[in-house]
Write a protein that binds this ligand. Structure first.
Ligand code: SAM
Ligand code: SF4
Length: 329
C-alpha cells in the first residue's frame, strides 16, 4: 500500500500520456511551447506496467491526462488495456480532455469501460474560445461533448474562472451545462509554468464567483464527494451540481489521496511541489518490479503536507516552473 508520512493513503493516480496538445490555452502554456523530445516519453507498455504496479499498490482510480491525451496515437490501446483491469482492484479509468477529438473516440471509450470523462470548457463563445485557446476549435469541442453524451458517458465540465474573460459568462455556462445534464467544476488558475501573460491579470477568486452566483441562485453545500479537492454545491434553480476547486483561496491538501506521473515517468507526489522520483529509471532497471516498488515508496516519504500556491501581485514568478500540461492536470 502507498501511505505517506501524514498517513494519507494514495488510491488515485493521474497519469500523463503526453505533454503535447492541439490547443494553447493562454493560462496553461505559451504559444511557442517546447514539448519533450519523443525519445524521453514512456512507451505504451511502460505506461501500462506503471499503471499496473500502482493498482497492485492500492490505486483504485486512474485518470489519463496530459497535455491532450487524445492526441497520442496509441492512447486508446492503453485505455482498453486498463479497461480490462477494472474489477481487479481498479474501480475506474477516466480521462481529462479538451474535447477536440472526443467525437471520434467517445464510442470506443465507452466500449473500453470508461464511464465518465472530464471535458475542459472555459467558454461557449467562439471568439473568446479562440482567444483563450489560440485555436478556433469550439465547434469540435461541442461536437465532442455531444458525442460523449450520446455514447452514454457521464460528462463533467471543468472551467477555469478568469477575470475579465469568462467571468460574466459563468452563470450561463453553468445553466447550459446543467440543462444538458452535465455537472460543472470551476477551478482557480494556478501559477504553474511561465506563460505569455501575467496570471495575476486574470486571476479570479472562486469565493467572489460563489458570492455572485448566490445573488442569483440558491447554492446548498452537498455531501457529494469524489475523493478529489472539489467542494460541491447543489444549485436549486438549475437542478445541477457545481464543484469549486480553490487551490489558492481555500487549501484542501489535508485529504489528498493522489499522485501524478508525467509522460516521462517522473512521479510528482504534489502538483504544487518540486519533489520528484524517477520511475522511468526504475522501470528500465530490469530487475522485475523491485526497483519500481522501492521508488514508489520513496515518493511516499517525500510527499509534502500541502502546496503553497499564491498569485498575490503582478509580475510574480510561478510557484513551480513546470506547466500543468507536463504534470498532468
Ligand atoms: N488537455 C486536457 C484538458 O485541457 O482537459 C488535459 C490536461 S489540462 C492541463 C487539465 C486541466 O488543467 C484543464 O481543465 C485545464 O483547464 C487546467 N489547467 C491548465 N493549466 C492550468 C492552470 N495554470 N491553472 C489551473 N488550471 C489549469
Ligand atoms: Fe492543452 Fe489542456 Fe493545456 Fe489547454 S489546458 S493547452 S487543452 S493541456
Amino acid at each position: 500500500m502507498l501511505v505517506d508520512t501524514f498517513q494519507r493513503r494514495i488510491t488515485y493516480l493521474r497519469l500523463s500520456v503526453t505533454d503535447r496538445c492541439d490547443l494553447r490555452c493562454t493560462y496553461c502554456m505559451p504559444e511557442k511551447m517546447r514539448f519533450l523530445p519523443k525519445a524521453e516519453v514512456l512507451t505504451l507498455e511502460e505506461l501500462h506496467r506503471l499503471a499496473t504496479a500502482f493498482i497492485a499498490h492500492g490505486v483504485r482510480r486512474i485518470r489519463l491526462t496530459g497535455g491532450e491525451p487524445l492526441v497520442r496515437r496509441d492512447m486508446m490501446d492503453l485505455v482498453r488495456a486498463l479497461g480490462r483491469q477494472i474489477g481487479t482492484g481498479l474501480d475506474e479509468v477516466t480521462l481529462t480532455t479538451n474535447g477536440t477529438q472526443l467525437a471520434q473516440h467517445a464510442d470506443a471509450l465507452a466500449a473500453a469501460g470508461v464511464r465518465r470523462v472530464n471535458v475542459s470548457l472555459d467558454t461557449r463563445d467562439r471568439a473568446l474560445f479562440a482567444e483563450l485557446t489560440r485555436r478556433d476549435a469550439l465547434d469540435k469541442v461541442m461536437e465532442g461533448i455531444a458525442a460523449a453524451k450520446a455514447a452514454g458517458l457521464e460528462v463533467k465540465l471543468n472551467t477555469v474562472a478568469l477575470k475579465g474573460r469568462n467571468e460574466d459568462e459563468l452563470p450561463d455556462l453553468i445553466a447550459w451545462a446543467h440543462s444538458e445534464g452535465h455537472s460543472v467544476t470551476l477551478i482557480e488558475a494556478m501559477p504553474l509554468g511561465e506563460v505569455d501573460e501575467d496570471r495575476f491579470d486574470h486571476f479570479l477568486s472562486l469565493e467572489t464567483v460563489r458570492a455572485r452566483l448566490e445573488e442569483r441562485w440558491t447554492l446548498t453545500g452537498s455531501d457529494h464527494r469524489t475523493g478529489g479537492p472539489a467542494r460541491y454545491f447543489d444549485v436549486a434553480e438549475t437542478g445541477g451540481r457545481l464543484g469549486l476547486i480553490t487551490p489558492l483561496t481555500q487549501n484542501f491538501c489535508e485529504g489528498c489521496n493522489r499522485v501524478r506521473v508525467t509522460t516521462t515517468g517522473q512521479l510528482y507526489p504534489c502538483l504544487g511541489g518540486g519533489e520528484r522520483v524517477d520511475l522511468r529509471a526504475a522501470l528500465r532497471e530490469g530487475d522485475g518490479d523491485g526497483a519500481l516498488q522501492a521508488a514508489m515508496q520513496r515518493a511516499m516519504a517525500i510527499k509534502p503536507l500541502r502546496h503553497s500556491f499564491a498569485i498575490d501581485g503582478p509580475g510574480e514568478a510561478p510557484s513551480q516552473p513546470r506547466h500543468m500540461s507536463v504534470t498532468g492536470g
